[in-house]
Write a protein that binds this ligand. Sequence first.
Ligand SMILES: Cc1cc2nc3c(=O)[nH]c(=O)nc-3n(C[C@H](O)[C@H](O)[C@H](O)COP(=O)(O)OP(=O)(O)OC[C@H]3O[C@@H](n4cnc5c(N)ncnc54)[C@H](O)[C@@H]3O)c2cc1C
Length: 344
Amino acid sequence: MKVAVIGAGIVGMTSALRIMEEAAHARRQIDLTVISEKFCPDNTSYGAGGIWKPPSQEHMTAAELRWLKWSFDYLTSMLKTDYAHELGIFLQPGYYVFMEHVPDPAWKDIVVGFRHLTAWELNNLFPGYKHGWFYTAFICQPRDFLPWAHTKLAEKGVGFVRRRVGSLEELAPHYDVIVNCTGLEARSLVQDKAVVPVRGQVMRVKAPWIRYFVGTSGPHPTIKGDPYIYANLHDVVIGGIKQEGDYRVTNDPRDTKTIWEGVLALHPQLKGAEVVEEWTGLRPMRKGGIRLERETLVDSKSGRSFELNYGHGANGVTWSHGCAREVAEIVKVIMTEKVTKSRL
Ligand SMILES: Cc1cc2nc3c(=O)[nH]c(=O)nc-3n(C[C@H](O)[C@H](O)[C@H](O)COP(=O)(O)OP(=O)(O)OC[C@H]3O[C@@H](n4cnc5c(N)ncnc54)[C@H](O)[C@@H]3O)c2cc1C
C-alpha cells in the first residue's frame, strides 16, 4: 500500500513513525513517503519548548483524552530506552498558577502526582497568584526528536521529498492513502478557514539552575502577560507571547521586552542569564479543535482515502504522539479493507 504523509513537522513525523510501526506489527508492507515543503529546523515544530501540556480545560471529548493518554504512554515507553535523552525526552515536574480558582483539568489523572499548590507555595514562590497545580509531565524537544525520527524513518525505507503540494488531488493518483499534516497551511491546502495563526515568540537562555516548568495565567497585578519557563536540556525556554491572526515570523523587540520583564517579575533568579537564541513561530490553532478523521477524496474516481491530522494549536508536541497512533489505527483499517477487497 502506498501512503503519503504531507508535512514534516512533529505531527507528520510522529504519524509516519507510528504508521511504519503498526505496519511492521501487522507484517504488512507499506511504501511511505513524507512530502514536505520545509523540514526541521525550518518549521514551527522545531522551535517549540516541548512541554507536555494540554489546554487547561475541565472537559474534553473521549477521543481527546485517548490521544493525550496515548501520547503520555508513548513518552513513558521511550523513557525506558537508553537513548531517550538523545531525543530530548525526559520527565519534568512543575507548576501552573492562576489568578482565580479554576476547575481541575480533564487530564489530571494522566500526568504524575497532580495536586493543588499549598499556601506556602503560593505565598513564597508565586505571590499574587491565587491557585495552582503541581504535577510531573514530559519534555520532548522537537529539535532533537525530529532529526532522530528522520533517521529512523529513512532506516525503515521511508522516502523524503521536499516540495510544496498544491492540492490533495495532485497526489491522489499515486497513493492509496494521503495523511494531511500541514499545520497552519491546511488553511490553504484544504480551505479550512477555521485554522488561524497564533504568533509566539520565545527566548532561550542559559540557566542550568532551573530544573522545572512554570506556566501562568493572569492578569497578575504586577506581572505583565502570561510568562512561562520550560527547562530544556541545554537551555531554558522563556516566553508568553500569543498573538492571534498575526503572520509575522520575525522577532519583535517589544515582545522580547515583554518576555524578559514578565519572566523576571515571576522568577528574579533568571536575571543575568545569557540569551542564546530568539525565535518566532506560528501556532496552527483551529477553532473547533484538532481535525483528525478519515475522508474520501470527492474528486477521486478511485475513492482514495485521506486522513486529516492538523490544527494542534499551542500544544502540538503534546498531542502529536497520541494523534499519530489514531492515524495509524485508521491506516490499519484501510489496509484490512484493501486486503478484503482484493480477495473478493
Ligand atoms: C513559540 C511556540 C512555542 C510552543 N511550545 C510548545 C510546547 O512547549 N509544547 C507543545 O506541545 N506545543 C508547543 N507549541 C505548538 C507546536 O509547536 C505546534 O502545535 C506544532 O509544531 C504543530 O506541528 P505541525 O507538524 O502540525 O506543524 P509544522 O511544524 O508547522 O509542520 C507542518 C509541515 O507541513 C509542511 N507543509 C505545509 N503545507 C504544505 C504543502 N502544501 N506542501 C508540502 N508541505 C507542506 C511544512 O513545510 C511543515 O514542514 C509551540 C508553538 C510556538 C509557536
